[in-house]
Design a protein around this ligand. Structure first.
Ligand SMILES: [Zn+2]
Length: 116
């Protein structure tokens, strides 16, 4: 029996080796991790991106995708320097991550003055 055609998502998943391109999370570890895998649009359609073309997609975990939100490295042309474009997004995500970590500590350790 022939294999069914691979969905765009599966093609993306395979190209990016099942890991979040931003934080490296292994999205094949178990089913819940797999369910955290999202397609992130490098350039949103509203900014002239090519929608669901594979070259405009990147595999991202739900957490990184949420932290990235609407951020775009405006000054970098993704067509000219894709690596730098992605690295700049990664930097932004890590900055947001530490801001959220502070909030996390405030709610989980409200008595520790360091996090107030
Ligand atoms: Zn991630």
């Amino acid at each position: 029996m022939a294999h069914p055609p691979k969905s765009k998502f599966v093609q993306l998943f395979e190209r990016d080796k099942g890991r979040c391109v931003y934080c490296g999370m292994d999205l094949t570890a178990d089913y819940d991790r797999f369910m955290m895998a999202t397609e992130d649009h490098l350039v949103p359609a509203s900014k002239g991106g090519k929608g669901r073309e594979l070259e405009n997609l990147i595999l991202s975990c739900m957490v990184c995708n949420r932290l990235k939100a609407n951020y775009i490295p405006e000054s970098i042309d993704v067509a000219k320097d894709r690596r730098k474009y992605i690295a700049t997004i990664r930097e932004y995500i890590y900055k947001r991550r530490s801001e959220k970590l502070r909030e996390f500590m405030q709610v989980t350790h409200p008595d520790q003055s360091d996090y107030r």
